[in-house]
Design a binder for this molecule. Structure first.
Ligand code: SF4
Ligand code: FES
Length: 361
């Protein structure tokens, strides 16, 4: 019985060089973000039912990707049950379909499991062929950016940054490999840590004083008094979330998103406790979405999935979502983002038993 392969999951590994090829081939699946220096999977394409009819385009995009960072998973279905869009191209091969092409790793694994299967996929256009005739200097630059960006991403995710990668991180944004540049942009978008804010305020203040002295003006004492207020304005790491009664109506498995934008956390109700779960993906820092029907958080960047309690179970994220200190103060639920509880792997969640990591309900 003839079968075809349908794509049920697609994601992008670190190392994208923002070449636009995938968005051109499958615009409803891939979105190139030039400002962020990366490419993401559109939220709709995180659903298997959405990707199945687009299997041909996704496989073609993966084959066209010059740095092989588009990954996907497939299932085999009888040809008569496959979407028409997939079987149509299989039934009408073109001249170029006869050409061999290198499948991506997951496609390779799938075809190894079923070697006699007819491929339903459209042929790859051959950007990699074109790359062979590319200026060697440009090709070397792309290769270096890819390897360094991908390695940097993986090492950052593992929390182990050796000196060579630190060197990359010191480069100005326009000189960074795209993946590292993306991570830097995300890093900058996070609220500053209190000590960073203090240091930065101090440097800004010194700069103003130097300018004031340089241009003269009123007496130095008066100027200093004007430029150096006695009180430092620090962002308050504590977020007051309202009375406990506001959350006691939540059922086990519920997620409250009221503080996603203002506090960068979700309030999550587990069987016996309330927790404040960080909204930052532990892979490269994108913001996952809560998908209530699937009972999971899904990251749009590279497809990581987290259970309702924040435990990672699919995609490249190396560990669960972080949790913030949470407690009751004056009858109110208060989340303190200055203290985090980090589980270092899906099976390392004992840290969440710390009394400050949740409120018993
Ligand atoms: S994922 Fe690949 S094809 Fe898409 S923009 Fe990045 S490098 Fe280009
Ligand atoms: S940032 Fe890569 S999966 Fe979330």
């Amino acid at each position: 019985m003839a079968t075809v392969q349908l794509v049920t999951k697609v994601w992008i590994a670190p190392g994208c060089i923002v070449c636009d090829a995938c968005e051109t081939t499958a615009p409803s699946v891939f979105e190139v973000k030039h400002d962020d220096g990366t490419c993401i999977i559109r939220p709709a394409a995180l659903d298997a039912e959405f990707t199945k009819p687009l299997s041909n385009d996704i496989v073609q995009a993966a084959e066209e990707c010059p740095v092989d960072v588009i990954k996907f998973e497939t299932i085999d279905v009888p040809a008569e049950q496959a979407p028409a869009a997939v079987t149509a191209s299989a039934a009408a091969p073109t001249e170029t379909q006869a050409e061999p092409h290198a499948p991506s790793p997951s496609a390779e694994a799938a075809s190894a499991a079923a070697p006699a299967k007819a491929s339903p996929h459209k042929p790859a256009t051959k950007p990699k062929e074109a790359a062979k005739s590319m200026d060697p200097a440009v090709a070397a630059l792309i290769a270096a950016a890819t390897v360094r960006g991908g390695a940097a991403g993986i090492l950052r995710a593992a929390g182990d940054v050796p000196p060579a990668v630190k060197g990359i991180q010191k480069l100005s944004p326009d000189k960074l490999p795209p993946d590292a540049r993306y991570a830097k942009v995300l890093e900058k978008s996070k609220p500053p840590k209190p000590e960073e804010k203090t240091r930065r305020d101090w440097m800004v203040r010194v700069g103003w004083i130097a300018m004031g002295v340089g241009v003269g003006g009123p007496s130095l004492l008066g100027f200093q008094r004007f430029m150096m207020p006695n009180v430092l304005e620090e962002p308050d790491p504590k977020v007051r979330c309202g009375p406990l009664a506001k959350f006691t109506g939540m059922q086990p498995g519920d997620v409250n998103e009221d503080f996603k934008n203002t506090g960068r956390f979700w309030i999550v109700r587990e069987e016996d406790r309330l927790s404040a779960v960080s909204i930052v993906c532990t892979h490269l820092g994108c913001i996952p979405s809560w998908l209530p029907n699937d009972r999971k958080f899904k990251c749009p960047c590279h497809g990581s999935g987290f259970k309702q309690n924040g435990v990672n179970f699919e995609g490249p994220a190396p560990r669960p979502l972080e949790r913030f200190k949470i407690g009751i103060e004056g009858g109110e639920v208060v989340v303190d983002r200055s203290k985090k509880f980090l589980a270092m792997g899906p099976n390392d969640t004992a840290v969440w038993n710390d009394p400050e990591a949740s409120i018993p309900v």
